[in-house]
Structure formats: C-alpha cells, structure tokens
Design a binder for this molecule. Structure first.
Ligand SMILES: *Cc1c(COP(=O)(O)O)cnc(C)c1O
Length: 466
C-alpha cells in the first residue's frame, strides 16, 4: 500500500477535497437515518447499532471505506444541537464558518507551544486574546488585561484558582455560591486548597449579605467566585454588590461567565454584566453562547502580570537565547504543552460576524427563551419556574411528581423526539430548555411544548415510567 495522503503540503487540499465530499455525504445520510434530534431507542439500541456499523476497531487489513461508514454511524447516532428540539445543555450548534476554519487548523496542525510550530497562529492568538480581554475589561484600564485560550470553563476555573493561589502567596480559600459550577470546588480539591466555604444562594443567586458575613468571619487570603449565567438556570449573581464586598474585605474576585459572558456582544443585554470588569479573572466559554465547535474557552485576567505564574522554561521550546533573539515565548500561555490553534475558528467567527452579528445571535436566543416562557405560562398544563434571565427556561408539567418529570424527560430521549435537560431548584425537579439555536422558530417552540404535554399524558395513563 502506498503512503496514505497527508492533509497539508502541496497535495493536501487535493487529497482532502474528495474525502470532504465523503464526510459531507455521510453527515447528510446519517442525519436522515436518524430523523430527529437524537437517535431513537435509548443507550442499548444506539450502542448496538454503532457496534454493528463500525465492526472491528483495529482490523488486520484496513478498510478504504471506513471514513464514510464510521462518520455515517457517528452522525446517525449523534445528538444534533442544530435540531430545534435539541435543547438540554449548554451545547451549541457550531457555526459553519467556525467549523470550516477548524478544518484548516487540523490540516496545518500548528501547535502553540513554540513559535517555530506556530508562527502566524501565535500572532493570531496574541491579537485575539488581547482583543477579547479588552472586550471584557474595556479600554484604558490602569493595568494591561490579557487572556489565555483554554479547553473550556473547567480549565479556565482551574487556572483562575491557580493564579489566585500564586498571587496570594501560595494558598487561598475559595468562597463560592451554592449556585456555582461544580468545577470550582473540584479545582480547589485538585490544587490542594483549603475546604471551600459555600455561601447560600436562596433565590438562585449568591446572597451578598451572607457573603459579607462570610468575608467578615473568615481569615484571608480569600477568593470569591461569582457566576454570570448559572448552568442550571442562567442566573446572574449581583456582580457590583459582590465586587463591592470583595473590595471592602480585600478578597480577590473571579467571575465564572462561561455561559453569560457572550452577552457582552449584545447592546441589548450587555448591561446585565455590569461589574464583570471588576473581577481579577473571568471565565468565558465560546463553545456555549458563542457557536464554536468544542473547544473554545478563555480565561481573561485583569492584570497580565498575574500570568507570570505560568512561566516555564524548557530549552527545546523556549531557550533563553532564542527568546532574547526575539522568538516569542509561548510556553507560559497555558499549562498544556502541545496545544491546538482553537484561536483560528474564533478569529474567523469574530471577523465574519462582527460584534453586531454575534450580538444579533445572542438577542435571538434570548428572545426565543422569552417566547418559550410565554408559551409555558399561557398553557394550563405547565408551570414556569421564572422568567428567563439568558436563554434557559425551567418548566414542569403542572401537578406532576418529580419522578414523572424525570420519566417524561427520559421518555422523550428514548423516543429520540426531543432533548431536554433537568435541574433541581427550589426543592423540585424541573425540565430545562437551554435555547442556543438562533434558527429555532416559534413553531418549533410550540412543537416542543406539545410533545412534552403529549408524553406526559401517555405516562399519566399508566405506562410505567422507567
Ligand atoms: C459549562 C460551565 C462550566 C464548565 O465549562 P466546560 O467548558 O464544560 O469545561 C463552568 N462554569 C459554568 C457556569 C458553566 O456553565
């Protein structure tokens, strides 16, 4: 067998073109075979179909048709976030232009751990991370803000804790709201920090009075984390009040804006993030409200000097004489070594859509959430948890037990008809619709509610929930 074709080099584009045709055909055929947002039949049936289609994972003799067959099976069994009834998680449909850019990243395969592997990619990353830091912190700060690219909110939150620990002289106690993302206490555990203190969030957002009491009582150094867009409900903590308490008590502030951060792009919704620029560090996830293929995370720092904690020296990547001779030192921009140029799809998206284009997408999904909430409220068979803050709507069939709510969700998943999430709030279980698809229309929302009502009715007729 001759050498399989490579993706880059002079022959790369010619080798890729027919393969891309095969991929696109398989995506199309796979989606048709699925016929809905999720493959029908539940985990066992889906796994069996996948095993059947893929066959032996490492055969002795290779199969030239594997690309088409495996991609077809992958697509047929996918949960498609571009389907209007796929609305469970902060799992966005990626923009075609971002996905196309990601192909170029894969083909050229630059790695952002040294300049000689990523000459243009490193400059593009420097430009984009600086611009996004300015977007968050505004121009004219006394200290220069910066940001680094991460694999997502989990890594950003971990880095934020690490930078806080280093800025505080080697240890820091985390003070989190009860509404905070699980990755924050987990990062404290990973970094060997003291047991986090949890501040109540009785109405879904961190209570500033309780925070004040905790900050008064606890010895420093302390790192407070607030959330701008909780995973469950999209709640935004009272950022200015929290920031004021942190200033009074000399605590550091991290804001986890993994979900809500992209409201910055919207003239209509930007004001909800007032106070974001007071944080020492900010998490932003553009594979949520940003329509990027995974991974597209960011950690912004108010003072670029904080990033010196990540400095690292390895002679084969950033030899001192190379750095002195002007080769950019990239190793201190991440805890990873080999690193994908996730910046390419971001740069292409930001420039293709502009702030206005992104803001319009944000406005659209926020408007869809309001419309869906209005449909729920007008329907006698449903209770609405609260008006949506961002693009998440929590609702439940009126009078249902938690077990029925859970069973309705699983029945819809098993049917492959709709993908809804679940959230426990105020002591009850809710169905969660996270609307991230700007193409979802009013008819889709009505269809979603209708499906839930119909499924609830069949379960109520005595079909055993499982
Ligand atoms: C999703 C989310 C995270 C984690 O981000 P990943 O990209 O999944 O690692 C952190 N915080 C909040 C508030 C989130 O919604």
């Amino acid at each position: 067998m001759s050498t399989p074709p490579l993706a880059s080099g002079p022959e790369g584009p010619y080798a890729l073109r027919p393969l891309l045709d095969a991929v696109l055909d398989a995506l199309d055929a796979g989606a048709r075979a699925r016929g809905g947002p999720l493959p029908a039949g539940g985990p066992e049936a889906v796994a069996a179909r996948l095993r059947e289609a893929v066959g032996e994972v490492l055969p002795d003799q290779g199969d030239p048709h594997a690309l088409r067959a495996v991609v077809h099976a992958f697509a047929e069994g996918a949960a498609d976030p571009a389907h209007p009834l796929c609305a469970a998680h902060l799992h966005c449909p990626p923009l075609a232009v971002a996905t196309a850019a990601d192909l170029a990243a894969s083909a050229l395969n630059p790695s952002l751990d040294s300049w000689d592997q990523a000459p243009a990619a490193s400059e593009l990353e420097a430009r984009v991370t600086a611009a996004l830091a300015t977007e968050i912190y505004g121009p004219g700060q006394s200290r220069t803000p910066d940001s680094v690219i991460t694999t997502g909110g989990t890594e950003s939150n971990q880095l934020a804790l690490l930078l806080a620990r280093e800025a505080c002289g080697g240890t820091v106690r985390l003070v989190v709201g009860a509404n905070a993302h699980h990755s924050l206490p987990r990062a404290a555990w990973l970094l060997g920090l003291p047991e986090p203190v949890v501040v109540p969030a009785p109405t879904g957002t961190l209570d500033p009075t309780a925070l004040d009491a905790a900050l008064t009582r606890l010895p420093g150094p302390l790192l407070v984390t607030a959330t701008a867009g909780t995973t469950d409900a999209g709640h935004i903590d009272p950022l200015p009040e929290i920031a004021a308490r942190c200033t009074t008590h000399g605590a550091r502030l991290h804001i986890d804006a993994a979900y809500g951060g992209a409201l910055l792009f919207s003239d209509r919704h930007r004001h909800r993030l007032t106070g974001l620029d007071t944080a020492d560090t900010v998490t932003l996830d553009l594979h949520k409200l940003g329509w990027q293929p995974v991974a597209a995370g960011l950690l912004a720092v108010k003072d670029a000097h904080d990033l010196t904690a990540l400095r690292q020296h390895a002679d084969y990547l950033n030899a001192t004489d190379d750095t002195e001779a002007g080769l950019p030192d990239l190793l201190g921009r991440s805890l990873r070594t080999t690193r994908r140029p996730d910046v390419l799809k971001l740069a292409v998206t930001l420039k293709t859509l502009g702030r206005r284009g992104l803001g319009t997408l944000v406005d659209q999904v926020c408007a869809r959430a309001r419309e869906f909430a209005a449909l729920v409220q007008a329907h006698p068979g449903f209770d609405l948890h609260a008006p949506p803050v961002i693009s998440t709507v929590l609702f439940r069939p009126a009078g249902a037990t938690d077990a029925t709510v859970a069973a309705v969700r699983r029945a819809l998943l098993t049917d492959g008809r709709a993908v809804l999430g679940r959230a426990r709030l105020d002591g009850r279980l809710w169905l969660k619709a996270t609307l991230l698809n700007p193409a979802t229309g009013p008819d889709d929302l009505a269809a979603l509610l209708h499906l839930v009502a119909a499924r609830r009715a069949t379960l109520a007729e005595g079909h055993t929930p499982r």
